[in-house]
Design a protein around this ligand. Structure first.
Ligand code: ADQ
Length: 470
């Protein structure tokens, strides 16, 4: 039993993956992904405990220490993994919260599993949190935890952050369990969203679907007030910049350019392979630019990296096949023997290689159909050297609210997207530099540390006010 912690992060997944070394020994390694990239530095700074699933089903793992903080594994059975995780989280909530870009499925048994697993997470957290501790619950898989945890431990300060969009009221109301989810979130003292519009969607729904009184950003609940506000997430800007300037990244970048045959221009896409990321539309748009001769395949390469993701969910398998087909078709029609205009890698890379990719990309093309924030856009701005790069960014990524000097596109408008990619390439250097400088200022002054300090500072103040001790 680990010591009880004053700061506890609760997330569906632990920030570590189990790996077996060449000697056959089992160890744990920090895992990739948006949420972990964002919260790892926060955890290293604050210490405490991270409660989450360890990645294997039907197995209990004892708590252990990693990088100076406690890891508290929560067990999931194989059927819970299917129903709570692949089912309700990723085939119901994920598409619904991303503006139904895929069709959300509603199954009562998935919901039942979601409730059971959320209760287990709440119980595990109640056991490891010290008296009056701060608990920070993460994301859509755990929206019932704040309420369940408050019932078990009213002494705790409970924060919740949603990394993905919160849908407009018309869409959210499809959900058969809409009121239960709202009540679940309202158990928190502070619910954070990526953008102000998401916080207003939430408050509007609370007004419409519950009997609680809403005043400005607060919902009065008797024993506490739940506040809903926007906290746009960011990255470890200086960490990324240093990594991109390291000799390893510079060498890796040279190697990549060599492998690509030193093209005059590199366009880059980096995403989890997810239907929200707009890959089909992006690849089609760039394929057409090659086909129409607006981009010359002998001097331009489009490099698309896609991390494997949720590979057992049907919609994701279909996406993988579609992208393989699309890229294959474009390359066979436009490419030459030994030369492909689109280089597509379905793989996950170490962070230094990511930094190298950002270094060599003349244009980063980040065009999700819907995205809570999108860290890739910010990582590119932090890592690309000098001010020669350009960022093409979807209006529907949370990041577009902050990165206003990006080349903004509507990813559904293929012709518009093609024109904007061309504009990003052909604009005079002085215009691109001005835009890039402004983007750089934004990510340098809004870092992951500032994000966490802002959220946790507000949570602390709310807790003090609740204790009558402002
Ligand atoms: P994601 O949907 O995972 O995150 P994103 O914000 O772009 O999306 O983060 C992806 C992360 O994975 C980045 O840090 C990127 O460097 C890394 N990554 C991507 N492809 C990779 C590859 N091939 N190899 C290695 N690493 C790779 C969710 C929400 C987002 C929100 C984040 C954080 O969907 O909207 O920005 O959480 O809140």
């Amino acid at each position: 039993m680990p010591e009880r912690s004053h700061f506890v992060v609760v997330a569906n997944r632990l920030p570590v993956d189990r790996v077996t070394t060449e000697e056959g020994e089992t160890t744990w390694r920090t895992s990739p992904g948006g949420l972990v990239t964002a919260l790892e530095p926060v955890m290293r700074k604050h210490g405490g405990a991270w409660v989450g699933w360890h990645g294997a089903t039907d197995e209990s793992v004892e708590p252990f220490t990693h990088d100076g903080y406690e890891i508290v594994p929560v067990a999931l059975s194989a059927s819970e993994f299917e129903e709570y995780y692949e089912g309700f989280s990723n085939a119901t909530l994920w598409p619904l919260y991303h503006d139904t870009v895929a069709f959300p499925e509603y199954h009562r048994e998935w919901w039942d599993a979601y409730v059971v697993v959320n209760r287990r997470f709440a119980e595990a957290t109640a056991e490891v949190a010290a008296d009056g501790a701060t608990v920070w619950v993460q994301d859509y898989q755990l929206q019932l935890v704040p309420q369940l945890l408050r019932e078990l431990r009213p002494d705790l300060s409970i924060g919740f952050f949603l990394h993905i969009p919160f849908p407009p009221t018309e869409l959210f109301q499809q959900l058969p369990w809409r009121r239960r989810i709202l009540e679940g979130l309202l158990g928190a003292d502070l619910v954070g969203f990526q953008v102000p519009g998401a916080a207003s969607n939430f408050l509007r729904l609370v007004r419409a679907r519950t009997d609680h009184r809403v005043e400005r950003d607060g919902v009065a609940l008797g024993d506490h007030t739940c506040h809903a506000r926007a906290y746009p997430i960011s990255i470890d800007t200086s960490g990324f910049k240093e990594l991109a300037e390291s000799p390893e990244a510079v060498e890796e970048a040279d190697r990549l350019l060599e492998d690509l045959g030193h093209p005059k221009r590199v366009l880059l896409g980096v995403d989890r392979l997810d239907y929200t990321k707009g890959l089909r539309q992006r690849i089609r748009a760039i394929g057409e630019l090659f086909a129409e001769g607006r981009l010359d395949p002998s001097e331009t390469v489009f490099l698309q990296i896609a991390t494997p993701s949720r590979e057992r969910v049907e919609e994701y398998r279909k996406l993988r096949d579609d992208i393989d087909l699309l890229v294959g078709r474009i390359n066979s029609e436009i490419g030459d023997i030994g030369h492909r205009p689109i280089v597509y890698q379905h793989t996950s890379y170490p962070r230094v290689k990511m930094a190298a990719l950002y270094r060599i990309a003349d244009v980063a093309v980040v065009t999700p159909l819907r995205d809570g924030m999108n860290l890739v856009a910010k990582e590119y701005v932090a890592c690309h050297p000098g001010t020669e790069g350009a960022l093409v960014l979807s209006e529907f990524a949370g990041a577009a609210r902050e990165l206003k000097q990006a080349y903004l596109v509507n990813p559904y408008d293929i012709n518009g997207m093609k024109d904007t990619v061309m504009q990003a390439i052909t604009d005079p250097a002085v215009v691109r530099r001005r835009r890039m400088r402004s983007l750089r200022r934004q990510v340098e002054t809004h870092t992951i540390d500032a994000w966490a300090d802002h959220f946790l500072g507000d949570l602390k103040r709310i807790g003090q006010a609740r204790a009558g001790n402002p």
